[in-house]
Design a protein around this ligand. Structure first.
Ligand SMILES: [Mn+2]
Length: 581
């Protein structure tokens, strides 16, 4: 409450009728550094998706269905009211402001934390309002963490497969197609990809705070240079270095500039030359980065083998424990997995917080165990969705493990999810096919049973970069990107029964050409993550012979790939776990 009073005092001083806060950083990143967690500081709400609006009368926090229960608990005593996004009659914050404030109201927000695309929505809702870019939090947040200044390292050619100079040439070719003579890059993973640098400024991310600006003959990297080793500077030969903040006052003459409205902050956008033509390109680098080159693909294989070994060790460890006698919690599972990953060369960190959800917790899609997590019992299902960054690749794998007796409903749900996963992995489709079409291929059996899951089937996966990356999306969202050869995506259908169980089976799939004939080019996938899929819950009668063969072949592949890296008793365990049914 006290913090809320202080914000209102600040609003008063600056004559603002409303102040907006977003859970975002200056690059509109998915994961954000502590410095940017001002909503958690103000409201105690720790979920990833949140918007806060403070007016003279109201203090509201918006979040989505993943976080309703958590938000109700955490917001107690904060003075904030919860608005449930997606529920009937609940306006978005833009619409709320549009209908609750005077048309000519003064509205403030930190211009770094709002993306240009969000601002467009806001301006539509309040066409006559005055907007001011101001950080009201800085003066009242005692002990606000500093922006991280962690060292940056060069991701060598043996991993990246292309030099920054080669990547710049590819980018400039795309810029020419769009008639842009400059291109400002705000997305941190795009900048890391372009420069072959990696950092650790943000937890679960291999990125460092930076901006890039590319013209047809020059390239500028804005990064605080004390972060760079001599080694990484040498490898940046093609980039002129400037301090991180210098981009906002950088003087450069260009006629047209490309930017991506989702990852360009309002402040950055407004610092672009006013007279220049602004071209919103979904993402020039995003499109290039999504298609993995041969060197990257070889490295991905290595990282997937290491991850597979770590996962086998985890599953075996869990199976060897008598859960009736020994206490193991969800948190223990997360920690044990980290221990196994640390035994692997080139492990950097987890690519997101491991989701180990036992029983009903598995039904909470973005579950994060609290205070040690629930105790595992020798019955029902444990969902483990987890990933890591290795120097040679980023992983994301989900398995649902039987811990003991299962109900018929659990077995049936498991089998349907498995059928969905297998259907997408074996799909063959003509060149040009989009994610939305493939999404239905995965969902068909689940729909036939009159069931559904409320999340996408697949997202792009970065290379020692974001675990979620675009532009492709295998989901019900209609978007323009076709699945192309070399794209790495997840395949993760699921089914969730609140209070009982959650099931998800996730493998990573790499698109490849399977045929060229008079009907065109046909694509398919290689499954590139190696972790046994439990056959214990499978209801054989629900599977076709083809599906059973596919499952057996996959488990055999897992054994063949991982066995050389396992110790004798682990091999014995995996042989059993991958036995054909
Ligand atoms: Mn995933």
């Amino acid at each position: 409450m006290e913090k809320l009073l202080k914000i209102r005092e600040q609003m008063n001083k600056e004559q603002l009728d409303a102040y907006i806060m977003l859970n975002s950083d200056a690059h509109q990143s998915e994961y954000i550094a502590d410095y940017w967690q001002s909503i958690a500081w103000l409201t105690n709400f720790t979920g990833s998706n949140a918007v806060v609006v403070v007016t003279k009368e109201a203090a509201i926090l918006w979040t989505d269905g993943r976080y309703f229960i958590q938000a109700e608990k955490e917001l107690q005593g904060s003075g904030f009211e919860l608005y449930k996004l997606g529920e009937e009659g609940v306006p978005t914050y833009s619409k709320y402001l549009g209908s609750h404030l005077a048309p000519d109201a003064n509205v403030g927000f930190d211009g770094r934390a709002m993306g240009t695309s969000s601002f467009t929505q806001l301006k539509k809702a309040m066409p006559k309002a005055t907007f001011r870019y101001t950080d009201l939090i800085q003066d009242i947040w005692q002990g606000r963490p500093e922006l991280p200044q962690n060292p940056v390292w060069a991701h060598g050619l043996q991993y990246a497969g292309k030099t920054p100079a080669e990547k710049l040439a590819d980018v400039r070719e795309k810029m020419a197609e769009k008639h842009a003579d400059a291109y400002v890059v705000g997305a941190l993973d795009d900048i890391m990809w372009l420069t072959n640098l990696r950092g650790s400024d943000v937890e679960n991310s291999t990125v460092a705070f930076a901006y890039a600006l590319i013209t047809l003959d020059k390239a500028y990297l804005f990064i605080d240079d004390h972060k760079l080793s001599a080694d990484s500077i040498a490898h940046l030969g093609d980039f002129e270095l400037h301090p991180y903040d210098a981009i906002f006052s950088f003087d450069l003459a260009y006629e047209s500039i490309a930017y991506n409205d989702a990852s360009t902050s309002v402040l950055l956008f407004e610092s672009l030359l006013p007279s220049a033509k602004k071209i919103n390109v979904a993402s020039i680098i995003g499109d290039l980065k999504a298609i993995k080159n041969e060197t990257e693909i070889k490295n991905i294989e290595n990282s997937q083998l290491k991850e597979g070994v770590s996962l086998v060790r985890l599953y075996k460890w869990l199976e060897d424990i008598d859960l009736g006698k020994t206490t193991v919690t969800e948190y223990d599972v997360e920690e044990k997995l980290k221990e196994f990953r640390h035994m692997q060369e080139g492990y950097l960190e987890d690519s997101f917080h491991t989701i180990a959800g036992y029983a009903g917790n598995g039904a909470i899609v973005h579950y994060r165990s609290q205070n040690g997590g629930d105790k595992l019992e020798p019955q029902g299902l444990l969902l483990v969705d987890t990933g890591a960054h290795y120097v040679d690749g980023t992983t994301d794998t989900t398995r649902t493990l039987p811990l003991g007796p299962l109900t018929d409903e659990m077995k049936k749900d498991y089998t349907l999810v498995l059928k969905a996963n297998l259907a997408l992995s074996r799909a063959i489709f003509p060149k040009g096919t989009k994610g939305i079409q493939l999404d239905s291929i995965a969902r068909q059996y689940i729909w036939q049973a009159m069931l559904d899951y409320k999340h996408g089937t697949g997202h792009g996966v970065g290379f020692c970069l974001g675990v979620h990356e675009g532009p492709q999306s295998i989901s019900s969202k209609l978007q323009d990107t076709a699945i192309q050869v070399g794209m790495l995506s997840s395949n993760e259908p699921g089914l969730y029964r609140g209070g009982s169980h959650g099931i998800r089976i996730e493998t990573l799939i790499l698109a490849k050409v399977v045929a060229n004939n008079e009907f065109g080019t046909f694509l398919g996938f290689d499954v590139v993550s190696y972790a046994p899929i439990s056959t214990v819950p499978v209801v054989r009668e629900l599977m076709t012979a083809e599906e059973i063969q596919q499952l057996n072949d996959y488990n055999q592949l897992v054994f063949d790939k991982l066995a050389p890296y396992l110790m004798a008793e682990e091999q014995v365990w995996l042989r059993e776990a991958t036995r054909a049914i």
